[in-house]
Design a protein around this ligand. Structure first.
Ligand code: CUA
Length: 168
């Protein structure tokens, strides 16, 4: 008997309960893959990405970081917002964008790790010195949305906030 035929005839013994768990694991993986695909391509939900590496010591020496704030790309439609996080405030502390526009936030820190969460939206990411965090969102309703620091960064952490005014 050749080894090929013997291995064909031999069946690996898998306990029925273990087999059921293996099937369940595959089913869960498939569900997650479908959920991620729907979230990313149909609902437009993105995870914040590291846009680029920067030197936190010299970040504010040159544009756009020397003058952070709102940049109009296409009037009423597309905006970039540059925000510098530092102990214990954001620069600028107030930004204004129109309702319905595509707004891309670029946030970086010049000292320690901070957070950036816009209340009432799903914008929420870490701000790490040496990196630029980027996330695009659209505000569907006019109003004021506060952004707050969500990573403990020192004694002034609790007073580190700003606001986005969304105009009609
Ligand atoms: Cu900045 Cu907490």
């Amino acid at each position: 008997m050749s080894t090929a035929t013997s291995s064909k005839k031999q069946k690996m013994h898998i306990d029925p309960i273990e087999r059921a768990w293996m099937r369940a694991a595959v089913v869960v993986l498939v569900i997650f893959a479908i959920a991620v695909t729907i979230a990313g391509f149909m609902l437009g939900i993105q995870v914040p990405t590291e846009e680029q590496r920067v030197n936190p010591q010299t970040l504010q020496d040159a544009p756009p970081w020397s003058e952070p704030g709102v940049r109009e790309i296409v009037a009423g439609e597309e905006y970039s917002v540059y925000i510098v996080a530092k102990r214990f405030f954001y620069e600028p502390a107030k930004v204004e964008v129109p309702v319905g526009a595509e707004v891309t936030f670029y946030v970086s820190s010049i000292d320690v790790q901070h957070g950036f969460k816009i209340q009432g939206t799903n914008v929420n990411f870490m701000v790490i010195p040496g990196e630029v965090s980027k996330l695009t969102t659209t505000f569907d309703k006019a109003g004021t949305y506060d952004y707050i620091c969500t990573e403990y960064c020192g004694l002034g952490h609790a007073v580190m906030f700003g606001s986005v005014t969304v105009t009609p």
